[in-house]
Ligand binder design. Structure first.
Ligand code: ATP
Ligand code: MG
Length: 428
């Protein structure tokens, strides 16, 4: 019986996929870029389990968010505990930060993570049930420089991968006081239109009206266009934080647009919120997003520390790279491909290929093809640069033909000199 992938998931393969973004070379390239840029900006990796006790996300992400109301993969384990596959990274990182008492080890903590996230969504291009995120979190700095650093890192990451035509949209959702006065104004605006709201938004009207601004329902979207702007309700300190952030973004030349409709889908944000948008992904046009969440760590029972972070979906990053025809350097392929003819040659080739590998030369040996032409086809498929056919003649003469598979040129070499020669070629 043949088995199938669960809906909304995909395999990442070394070859054999029609979707270029599902090639593992590409994933490795992007993951390497993540590790490089994160360490350059002073962020260290944190890895947490892919599942947590469900209560973490109810509290952190927020009980009225789309993630918690509709999208979580929640199940009971054999011990009767409610478990959830993590839908996002921040809650787990903060749980780990508190539980491992990292706050005792310094004033500022800069962390990054890469890994799968799980959301029960309607699968479509750019929207999967298992997707991957690269996220960064900076804990301990309340100043706007820290928000600017986070936005800069994310933007620079995209830039270094070669992505073009990105838009950074920023907003401030203020502090608690700003939100309380804005909420009142928003409710006044929405009240006469209550009947026109989507069912989801009706439910949010009492519990969390700000989230109505984030609705994906087309009618809601139209309606909120006329809603008041949160930027007119910021307290002086929230306003000054936002203005300073914008001036830092000007200073470091990040092209941004102030967009007062962004509230973000998660409950824990305050002050800065932002999204990075692309025109190359159709409906799924947000490739990364984040914001400040000064209250989250203390809500989780940890110290009262400010924090700001963001996350980007790697599928969407790779899809934009493909849409923009960005090519990446090839990963290592065999420098040489040995093709033995006969048992004696097989032993010699096995010894040679092993010596190559021990000396850090990428090398492969043909162990299955019966005929030379099909072995050479295999060498070409493996994208080897050279191949060597070795039979009893070559063993007798102690000399081989080194064939360049790109140029088709051949050169004769003494078998004794082969390794030294290959070593030189591998450095060239
Ligand atoms: P969207 O508005 O597209 O649903 P979101 O607000 O739910 O996004 P976040 O929770 O901020 O997204 O997640 C960070 C990033 O992860 C998104 O900007 C996006 O690139 C990616 N992402 C989120 N959900 C998915 C998904 N189901 N499939 C693929 N990527 C996703
Ligand atoms: Mg979503």
């Amino acid at each position: 019986m043949q088995h199938q992938l669960p809906k909304g998931t995909f395999d990442i393969l070394p070859y054999g996929t029609d979707e270029a973004w599902q090639l593992s070379d590409l994933w490795q390239y992007v993951e390497e870029a993540i590790r490089k840029i994160s360490s350059r900006y002073g962020y260290r990796e944190i890895r947490t389990p892919i599942y947590e006790l469900t209560g973490l996300f109810d509290r952190g992400v927020g009980e009225t968010s789309d993630i918690v109301t509709k999208e979580m993969f929640t199940f009971e384990d054999k011990g009767g505990r409610s478990i959830t596959l993590r839908p996002e990274g921040t809650s787990s990182v903060m749980r780990a930060f508190i539980e491992n008492r990292l706050a005792n080890l310094g004033a500022v903590h800069k962390l990054f993570y890469i890994g799968p996230m799980f959301r029960y969504e309607r699968p479509q291009s750019g929207r999967y049930r298992q997707h991957h995120q690269f996220g960064i979190e900076a804990i301990g700095n309340a100043g706007p420089e820290q928000d600017a650093e986070i936005i800069d890192l994310l933007y620079q990451f995209y830039k270094e991968l070669g992505l073009k035509n990105l838009k950074v949209h920023v907003n401030s959702v203020g502090d608690l006081e700003s939100r309380a006065s804005f909420k009142a104004a928003l409710l006044d605006y929405l009240r006469p239109h209550f009947a026109e709201l989507s069912e989801d938004s009706k439910a949010r009207f009492e519990k969390n009206p700000l989230r109505i601004l984030d609705s994906k329902d087309p009618k809601d979207k139209e309606l909120v266009k006329g809603a008041p702007s949160i930027l007119n309700y910021l307290t002086p300190s929230a306003k000054s934080h936002f203005e300073q952030l914008l001036s830092y973004l000007d200073q470091i030349q990040i092209p941004y647009k102030v967009d007062d409709r962004i509230v973000r889908g998660l409950d824990y944000y305050n002050k800065t919120v932002f999204e990075v948008l692309t025109g190359d992904l159709g409906a799924q046009n947000t490739i990364g997003a984040g914001g400040r969440f000064d209250g989250l760590i203390s809500t989780f029972g940890g110290p009262d520390l400010p924090a700001v972070g963001c996350a980007t979906g790697l599928e969407r990053v790779l899809q934009v790279m493909m849409a923009q025809k960005i090519s990446i350097p090839k990963s290592l392929r065999p420098l040489v491909y040995f093709i033995p003819m006969g048992d004696e040659a097989r032993k010699t080739c096995f010894s040679l290929v092993t010596q190559c590998r021990h000396q850090h030369i990428a090398a492969e040996i043909e162990l299955s093809a019966k005929k030379v032409p099909s072995a050479i086809q295999n060498a070409i498929r493996a994208e080897a640069t050279y191949c060597i056919v070795l039979g009893s003649d070559e063993l007798e003469k102690g000399a081989i033909q080194l064939k360049n598979l790109h140029t088709r040129e051949q050169s004769e070499l003494k078998l004794d000199h082969l390794l030294t020669h290959l070593k030189e070629l591998s450095h060239a």
